[in-house]
Design a protein around this ligand. Sequence first.
Ligand SMILES: Nc1nc2c(ncn2[C@H]2C[C@H](O)[C@@H](COP(=O)(O)OP(=O)(O)OP(=O)(O)O)O2)c(=O)[nH]1
Length: 194
Amino acid sequence: MTLILASTSPIRGTLLANAGVAYAAEAPGVDEAALKTGFAGDDAALTVALGEAKAMAVSTRRPDALVIGSDSLVSIEGRRFDKPAGRETAAEHLRFFSGKVMELTSAAVLVERGENVWSHAARARLKVRPLSEEFIDSYLEADWPEVSYCVGVFRLEGPGVQLFESIDGDHFTILGLPLLPLLVALRQRGVLAS
Ligand SMILES: Nc1nc2c(ncn2[C@H]2C[C@H](O)[C@@H](COP(=O)(O)OP(=O)(O)OP(=O)(O)O)O2)c(=O)[nH]1
């Protein structure tokens, strides 16, 4: 069975490829903002719903495939953050994050023939150190626009690691995909060797 990643996220594709998982990527073409508006569930439920919507959109076009959908979001003190719209928005996010605990939730969903057959959400907590204006400027000078696609305005595998005092949670979840539970599900479905 063909495995499709319904995502435009560079890091999600890299994580699967580095894990040796054969897949094809296809843009989901889902209006995430519309789905987020008025969503009453918690972060885990929202990321699962968004991941499912992305996978469903592709599964409809590709009933022959097993489709992975994924989503990540950042919350701080109940306020949710999307990817920064521009460099100044990124700086505003970083100023708000300074000295606070960031909760990053990522979900993965498997859809087959239009049915959600598996989903998993995981949360990590990242303690952001106090960030000076000078640091924020130099950080964005060095890693913008690379972080423009990243919720939380960081690439943990890059200079983003300098934002944090401590991290509690799964590395892959933070990058954007709860990879280990997904690999278990793919082995259980015979997509990967056990
Ligand atoms: N390289 C990298 N990317 C990160 C990190 N943390 C979060 N991200 C990225 C992963 C996702 O691409 C993005 C979260 O936004 P979304 O879940 O909406 O995904 P995105 O719009 O990028 O792609 P998709 O909706 O799957 O087509 O943030 C990190 O530490 N490193």
